[in-house]
Design a protein around this ligand. Structure first.
Ligand code: DX5
Ligand code: ZN
Length: 223
């Protein structure tokens, strides 16, 4: 499949959020990646429902909501109502992951699971058929602008092998430290969705960076 690009709004200018949302609307990006942090599961707090609703009011592309919160079951319906198309929960934050995934699907959302850098993909072995998307964290969650962890390439390959014949439409998303320097290698390893925060928003021409991340597939096909 053609890969997807999901700029991470965490790196946007919150004082000019509408402008940055319209920039993404006008770009070749596929999704808005929305990082929700509770200060408990991760050592940082991002934003909550009022901001998400404000984003949803202007966004013309699906909202890919990444929940870095403990016990996410309490809020799934509210995230759906606030506009989430995809809801991704952390494996490490869910005691009853199977139940949580079914609840997300029952809301009509794509069900995602994120795993931290230290968590092996093998923990997903008994649930792989129930997942629409796996988000491999390529940094420790909590902050944008961190260095990409190279072991992620191995995890992409391990996950593709794990899912083969059991969930061939699984989307593998890579989150953290992604940019033009590693995007092609990640796609070659088997990634489907690239999240990019700082690589997009710290650039002088964010639309052009999004376009170059999106057009890498042409290089892949011609390789
Ligand atoms: C980290 C977040 C990421 C972050 C990515 O906890 O989940 O989505 O915003 O930012 P960059 O691309 O700057 O590493
Ligand atoms: Zn994220």
């Amino acid at each position: 499949m053609n890969h997807l690009i999901a700029p991470s709004v965490l790196a946007a200018d919150f004082a000019n959020l509408q402008k940055d949302i319209e920039m993404i609307n006008s770009s070749t990006a596929d999704w808005f990646h929305i990082d929700i942090m509770d200060g408990v599961f991760v050592p940082n707090i991002s934003f909550g429902f009022p901001v998400l609703q404000a984003i949803n009011k202007h966004a013309k592309k699906p909202l890919d909501v990444h929940l870095m919160i403990v016990d996410p079951d309490r809020y799934l319906e509210q995230f759906k109502d606030a506009g989430a198309a995809n809801i991704t929960v952390h494996y490490e934050a869910c005691t009853h992951l199977h139940r949580t995934l079914q609840a997300i699907k029952a809301l009509g959302c794509r069900a995602g699971v994120a795993i931290n850098p230290h968590t092996p993909v093998s923990v997903l072995s008994d649930i792989i058929e129930d997942v629409d998307l796996v988000c491999l964290m390529s940094v420790n969650p909590g902050f944008g602008g961190q260095k990409f962890i190279e072991n992620t390439y191995k995890k992409i390959k391990d996950l593709r092998i794990l899912a083969a014949g059991r969930n061939d439409s699984l989307l593998i998303e890579i989150d953290g430290g992604v940019g033009n320097n590693n995007a092609l290698a990640l796609l070659n390893a088997g990634a489907d969705v690239l999240v990019a925060g700082n690589a997009v928003f710290a650039a002088t021409d964010p639309v052009q960076v999004i376009s170059s991340l999106k057009n890498i597939s042409a290089e892949l096909q011609n390789a």
